[in-house]
Design a protein around this ligand. Structure first.
Ligand SMILES: [Ca+2]
Length: 374
């Protein structure tokens, strides 16, 4: 099948999946487009220079890997190798198979775009790209949790955020039934009682919270709004922030708001304007760790609940390396009941105590972390 035709065919198949009721006109449009391409392109494109390795090449941070590309055309004036947006190497009039070294230490962990841009003698340019992944060089430690204390937790709370500020426990919830049960609340730790709360209507699905200065920041799942409240009165700010993509979990390091979006990415944002300052990609030795949900910043590390697993990751905020995995399945055994997944981790810096719970759980636990003895 002709390459262009195949692209349109695949596109049509995808559209069919999502919009079956509009299939017939789309099929017609698709075939018309394909027919136009068939007549306009006289020859299949063969790139003058191509990588000799497949997509998703994985390299461990710190390692240097030998890679290569093949020059198949005779009229290539220059080949530039780009790592994301930067040229890292250049060859004049290359021919045959060219080897080069990929130094994974040069860039941080995560998915990177490697692009081979070839320029012909007549000035035409062609690009071949591969996604490569730089994995962590650290084997995560395996930690356990031990229950130190058990407290009641409101079993109607679909927990999305949990954090202490000045000794007060704050909790945010989502709204799976779209009935207006999204809230930001102050909670009495010992009784589990909600002592103050502000709710949003069913148009908003609340997500994580974090408290910086006197402000509570609250994400929404798909509504792309971050709402803010006075942390004492819970009075909502008149202004809010917008962002692109989904909102899942929040924490802060005292300077930046740190946000998860359900992927392996954690974004650091300026608390005064919510602009992105930097992004880390969370990786272990095998690859990306996605579905990062509720977050907590404890002693210079980011702790992240992994959605659908009874697992919390301990992450280096500078590199994105997973330093440890905390198996919290013992908590689920005792606290989950008929509730949903583990989600909710809070640290009280005044007492140095860590608390965990889950969505619709009837219990909230103070836990101690059991690390392997050295
Ligand atoms: Ca938290």
């Amino acid at each position: 099948m002709h390459r262009q035709f195949k692209i349109y065919f695949n596109t049509l198949t995808m559209i069919f999946e999502f919009k079956k009721n509009k299939l017939i006109p789309l099929v017609l449009i698709g075939f018309l487009l394909a027919a136009c391409e068939e007549t306009n392109t006289s020859e299949p494109q063969q790139l003058p220079a191509t990588f000799t390795f497949d997509e998703n090449l994985a390299i461990e941070y710190g390692k240097v890997v030998s890679a290569s590309f093949e020059v198949t055309a005779k009229n290539v004036a220059r080949v530039d190798l780009y790592f994301n947006d930067s040229i890292v190497q250049q060859w004049k009039k290359p021919s045959g198979r060219i080897s080069f070294d990929l130094d994974a230490s040069y860039y941080g962990l995560g998915a990177k775009q490697l692009t081979l841009k070839s320029t012909l003698i007549d000035g035409k340019t062609f690009s071949d790209s591969r996604l490569i992944r730089i994995n962590s060089d650290v084997e995560p430690e395996q930690w356990q949790v031990k229950i130190a204390s058990s407290f009641p937790h409101n079993p109607l709370s679909f927990t999305q955020g949990l954090e202490f500020s000045d000794g007060v426990l704050y909790e945010s919830t989502g709204d799976p039934n779209r009935d207006g049960s999204t809230m930001v609340a102050q909670v009495n730790l010992k009784s589990g009682a909600i002592t103050a709360k502000k709710t949003l209507d069913g148009n908003y699905f609340g997500e994580g919270i974090t408290i910086l200065g006197n402000r509570v920041y609250q994400l929404t799942w798909t509504e792309q709004k971050c709402f803010m409240y006075d942390k004492k009165s819970l009075e909502m700010d008149t202004k809010d922030f917008s962002y692109t993509g989904e909102g899942w979990g929040l924490c802060n390091d005292g300077k930046s708001i740190i946000m998860s979006d359900g992927t392996e990415r954690l974004v650091f944002r300026n608390p005064t304007n919510f602009q992105i300052e930097r992004t880390i990609e969370v990786y272990d030795k095998v690859g990306p760790r996605s579905k990062l949900n509720e977050l907590e910043y404890i002693d210079g590390k980011i702790y992240a609940n992994v959605w659908m697993l009874d697992l919390v990751l301990v992450i280096d905020p500078n590199s994105g390396r997973v330093l440890a995995e905390i198996d919290a399945s013992d908590l689920a055994t005792v606290g989950k009941g008929s509730g949903d997944v583990l989600n909710g981790i809070a640290y009280n810096p005044a007492t140095k105590k860590i608390y965990m719970t889950g969505k619709y759980w009837s219990k909230l636990f103070e836990v101690t972390l059991v690390k392997p003895s050295v």
